[in-house]
Design a protein around this ligand. Structure first.
Ligand code: DAH
Length: 344
């Protein structure tokens, strides 16, 4: 029996030494030490031994079990290490490889311009408001002193949805909406950017959908000089310190008096060129003092409150600022065009 045990030990240790994967190692463990394993089988024969032999063989059997167990454990650990090293090798990351470029989007040029203008006016104490693009005839026209059959309605070719509903032709209805929301008693200082719609044929300078930014300041003692100062500050921040502005008399039904504002042409420094059509000036926006009728329709007493308003086109401003010569480029989603203006 002693020989049997020692042969078994030698055999097991040899197999353990040769084995190369954990599954086979586990099989060896079962084959030798398991319930039906060879060591157990030998030990079953112990009953036949004499009283003297039994403890000696018993001790040897324990020794064999311990030596096989130790060899199994040690090999197990070794195999695990080898597996881990292999994994590290195959999954290794080569940090010196060039990275894959990540495609980054960016805001649309018009969005950037609108945000820039918003920031300028927020800096002067204005709130940013919004209004609906599907508007009522009342807010788009009547509340702005453009009653039905008023000839000036023709200035803005309108997409009508029903007799009373339309796509707003300008952001000016938000003036009336904001004043109404302020109960005719609180001061208003707001700008409103948004999309507007006109029944125009699209060409290089016209689009049936474009953007506007409305401005409105109503309070006691608001004067024309406040409008001029505000617009001058805006023009210099937006287009550069050396820009001059000039106000020309104009007509809008919702302002009295009304003006149009020009800035001095940057291309020719006011000398006259093709961009400014040889005038040295470029028209930027319309504005004026809020018409007393518009104030009173919105609930403000024109004897107590006065205000100024203005409206400008971010599309046109973007075209001037970046030399874009076709308004349709803003709306045709050609990524090659739009990407030029992404500031990362
Ligand atoms: N709503 C005018 C337009 O679309 C622009 C405008 C002019 C807005 C004068 C104003 C203003 O607020 O005072 O042509």
């Amino acid at each position: 029996m002693k020989e049997q045990l020692s042969a078994l030990e030698t055999e097991a240790l040899e197999k353990i030494a040769q084995v190369e994967d954990t599954k086979a190692l586990q099989e060896i463990r079962v084959a030798y030490l398991g319930k039906k394993g060879s060591l157990t089988a030998i030990l079953r024969g112990m009953g036949k031994l004499s009283k003297e032999e039994r403890p000696v063989v018993g001790e040897m059997a324990n020794h064999v079990r311990e030596s096989i167990t130790a060899a199994l454990d040690e090999k197990g650990e070794k195999l695990e290490w080898i597996a881990l090293e292999k994994q590290l090798e195959t999954e290794a990351i080569d940090v010196s490889l060039p990275g894959r470029p990540v495609k980054v989007g960016g805001p649309h040029l018009l969005t950037s311009i609108i945000e820039e203008i918003e920031d300028l006016f927020i800096g002067m104490g204005y709130e940013v408001r919004e209004g609906p693009e599907v508007e009522t005839d009342y807010f788009n026209f009547e509340a702005l002193n453009l009653p039905k059959n008023h000839p000036a309605r023709d200035m803005q070719d309108t997409f009508y949805i029903t007799n009373e509903l339309l796509m707003r032709t300008h952001t000016s209805p938000v003036q009336a909406r904001t004043m109404r929301a302020n109960d005719g008693s609180k001061p208003v200082k707001m700008i409103c950017p948004g999309k507007v719609y006109r029944r125009d044929s699209d060409d290089a300078t016209h689009s049936h959908q474009f953007t506007q930014i409305e401005g409105l300041y109503v309070d006691k003692n608001v004067r024309m000089s406040d409008l001029k100062g505000t617009l001058d500050a805006f023009a210099k921040k937006m287009f550069g310190k050396d820009r001059e502005i000039r106000l020309r008399p104009s007509f809008f039904p919702f302002t009295e008096p009304s003006v149009e504002m020009d800035i001095s042409c940057k291309v020719c420094q006011g000398k006259g060129c093709s961009v400014c059509k040889q005038t040295g000036w470029i028209e930027i926006l319309g504005g004026g003092m809020v018409h007393p009728k518009v104030l009173s329709m919105a609930g403000y007493d024109p004897e107590v409150y006065t205000g100024f308003a203005f409206g400008m086109g971010p599309d046109r401003i973007a075209m001037l600022k970046y030399g874009v010569n076709d308004i349709r480029q803003f709306y045709t989603n050609d990524a090659r065009f739009l990407k030029q203006y992404h500031q990362v």
